[in-house]
Ligand binder design. Structure first.
Ligand SMILES: NC(=O)c1ccc[n+]([C@@H]2O[C@H](COP(=O)([O-])OP(=O)(O)OC[C@H]3O[C@@H](n4cnc5c(N)ncnc54)[C@H](OP(=O)(O)O)[C@@H]3O)[C@@H](O)[C@H]2O)c1
Length: 260
């Protein structure tokens, strides 16, 4: 474990559940001070107290990241953070033509606009101070088109492309950007994607734990790796996408997704 996060201040979005909550605990154990962001304030307060119990400063900063004013307010209040974990996001498991437009628009707002805006808000200060680390949470589905998760997979393809480009832009100024690509992970993600209440768990049978994914992501960020695919099976699957024509991959994915 490296010491790169010790004494640094990290802002973690989507810290009220799943991978974000696991990242917050892991960062606390690595000695980082924490700002925890999501909509559910009660969960953030409980997690902040837990992290303070590990000997670091931690505070809850409840915010709806779909709201641009809330993003600006975070930057005004926490402008000097060293580490940005852009983890908040969600999926929609439905045909695009049938999903409610408001929900699809919200997905694009949270997964793409909020992530890009927060990066734009915090990166200049990091560059001016000559140090920063930004983790953009994408997905293995960012490597291929996925029918029935089409807008979600496309949003993660955007995050993957953006993150790798930004690492090249910002590395000369001391700011490294890594893109974390998890595969199926046991969180509230699949319940939310199927329209169920957050708090439930569903999804494919074999999933990684949020803790393992968080550790792999933070290790990759500490080492300055531009793309971090979590887990050997997921790395093999991503490698295989290089050889399948995109249209064929989409049809195979459609068959697999319809069986779920
Ligand atoms: N689980 C998987 O299989 C998987 C695989 C690949 C990638 N990912 C990605 O990993 C990231 C974390 O997902 P997860 O699996 O940990 O899912 P999760 O348990 O559902 O957590 C999602 C987090 O995002 C937050 N969030 C959603 N909308 C928000 C908004 N408008 N404003 C602020 N926060 C918001 C949620 O908090 P509130 O509801 O409290 O706002 C929650 O903390 C996502 O970007 C997801 O796409 C997950």
């Amino acid at each position: 474990m490296t010491d790169v996060f010790r004494g640094r201040t990290a802002l973690v979005t989507g810290a009220s559940a799943g991978i974000g909550a696991a990242m917050a605990r892991d960062l606390a154990r690595r000695g980082a001070e924490l700002v925890l962001v999501a909509r559910r304030a009660d969960r953030l307060e409980a997690l902040a107290a837990e992290c303070r119990g590990l000997g670091v400063r931690a505070e809850a900063a409840p915010a709806d990241l779909a709201d641009p004013a809330a993003r600006e307010a975070l930057a005004a209040r926490f402008g000097t953070i060293d580490v940005l974990i852009n983890n908040a996001g969600f999926g929609i498991h439905a045909p695009l033509a049938e999903a409610a437009w408001a929900r699809t628009e919200l997905l694009l707002d949270v997964n793409i606009i909020a992530l890009t805006h927060l990066t734009r808000l915090f990166a200049p200060g990091m560059a001016a101070r000559g140090f920063g680390r930004i983790l953009q949470v994408a997905s293995v589905v960012g490597f291929l088109p996925v029918p029935l998760f089409a807008a979600y997979a496309a949003s993660k393809a955007y995050v993957l492309s953006l993150g790798v480009a930004l690492d090249a832009e910002l590395a000369p100024r001391g700011v490294r950007v890594s893109v974390l690509c998890p595969g199926g992970t046991a969180t509230e993600f699949f319940a939310v994607a199927q329209g169920g209440a957050a708090g439930e768990r569903a999804g494919p049978p074999r999933m990684m734990s949020a803790e393992a994914v968080a550790r792999i992501g933070l290790d990759g960020l500490a080492r300055g790796r531009p793309v971090v695919v979590a887990g050997g099976m997921n790395r093999a699957a991503v490698f295989a996408t290089r050889f399948a024509p995109r249209a064929l991959a989409a049809r195979l994915a459609y068959r697999a997704m319809r069986r779920r």
